[in-house]
Design a protein around this ligand. Structure first.
Ligand SMILES: Cc1cc2nc3c(=O)[nH]c(=O)nc-3n(C[C@H](O)[C@H](O)[C@H](O)COP(=O)(O)OP(=O)(O)OC[C@H]3O[C@@H](n4cnc5c(N)ncnc54)[C@H](O)[C@@H]3O)c2cc1C
Length: 295
């Protein structure tokens, strides 16, 4: 199988999802990685036009993008331009004889569907869906100049707002610690941040929290927020509404702390702590720090 991976960068570094895709694609077939260049920031039409021309000349069976904000936009447009099958936000991918079987969440994460996808196809793959092998070598990335003549529609683009955090990006973090309304107010967020820092992770929040203005919208996890697939997701004082679960149920290990033993979050948690976040979190953070210091 011939596979084309579309690379993405953040702050000049290849995104982790690009490395994950290149490593996975390498196990499935002959892989090449391209990066659209020559644009100050992502712009759909010049990028799609350049990639469509590349796809027509190279005829890859499969084109992979990360299921990032830009990758999802690009993947869907590219598939439409090429008249190819498209599956978005895939979390699993395997070849089954001549066919391709992908896994993806549907109905806000209530089910995980397995779909047979006809080749040639375009897929966007959720960050963290595939592990990055420790010995993975960085892929060779070929520059693909954007087709700037395609920038003819009346697009107005705004400068992106730099994220406020000093921590790792939420969408690609391997550990996410999220807080909910159980934290009672923004003045208590240091508990979430200190645990995230001790674990080397990113900070997330429920929508109740972002709607209340306790935390910025960029930290919201869920159906109308970010989708995360970390190795560890810690939910502090979060009830487990279906819209929150939609953004985090693909996490590898889920830990929930809630004082209500009947909270829905416990139905999907691998480890549950029935207790008060104000008692548990400081003690747990200290225990994590001690364990790290002695290891
Ligand atoms: C269209 C739509 C889209 C939505 N999109 C999203 C989304 O993307 N993301 C999202 O998160 N929500 C989303 N929501 C909102 C969602 O339905 C819930 O309202 C929200 O997730 C609840 O947030 P929460 O769990 O922080 O708050 P609550 O539901 O109020 O839960 C707070 C929890 O904290 C626990 N608690 C309280 N005090 C303590 C304590 N001291 N120690 C330990 N635990 C304690 C309580 O037992 C409770 O379980 C959406 C809703 C709609 C209608």
């Amino acid at each position: 199988m011939k596979i084309l991976v579309v690379a993405e960068r953040k702050d000049n570094e290849l995104r982790r999802v690009t490395l994950e895709l290149a490593a996975k694609a390498g196990t499935l077939g002959e892989t090449s990685v391209v990066e659209v260049t020559g644009l100050d920031r992502y712009s759909a039409l010049p990028a799609v036009s350049a990639l469509a021309a590349k796809a027509k000349s190279d005829a890859p069976d499969l084109i992979l993008t990360g299921a990032t904000l830009n990758g999802r936009d690009l993947g869907a447009r590219l598939a439409a331009r090429l008249g190819r099958a498209y599956a978005a936000d895939c979390t699993g991918l395997a070849s089954d004889g001549g066919a391709l079987v992908v896994e993806r969440p549907m109905y806000a994460g209530k089910i995980r569907a397995k779909l047979r996808v006809a080749l040639p196809a375009v897929l966007s793959i959720r960050p963290g869906a595939f592990p990055l092998p420790a010995n993975a070598t960085p892929p060779t990335v070929t520059a693909l100049p954007a087709d700037t003549s395609a920038e003819k529609l009346a697009f107005t683009s705004f400068a992106p707002t730099p994220s406020s955090g000093k921590r790792v990006s939420l969408a690609e973090a391997r550990v996410v610690v999220s807080g909910g309304r159980g934290l009672k107010g923004p003045e208590n967020w240091h508990l979430v941040e200190q645990l995230a820092d001790a674990l080397g992770g990113a900070v997330g929040a429920s929508r109740a929290v972002t709607d209340a203005g306790w935390r910025p919208n960029e930290e919201q996890v869920g159906q109308t927020g970010k989708t995360v697939t970390p190795d560890l997701y810690v939910a502090l004082g979060i009830s487990g509404a279906i819209q929150h679960l939609a953004g985090m149920t693909s996490s590898k290990v889920i830990v929930a702390v809630n004082k209500d033993p009947d909270a829905d979050i416990f139905k999907i948690a691998d480890y549950g702590v029935v207790g008060d976040v104000f008692e548990f979190v400081p003690a747990f953070t200290e225990a994590v720090k001690k364990a790290k210091a002695s290891s």
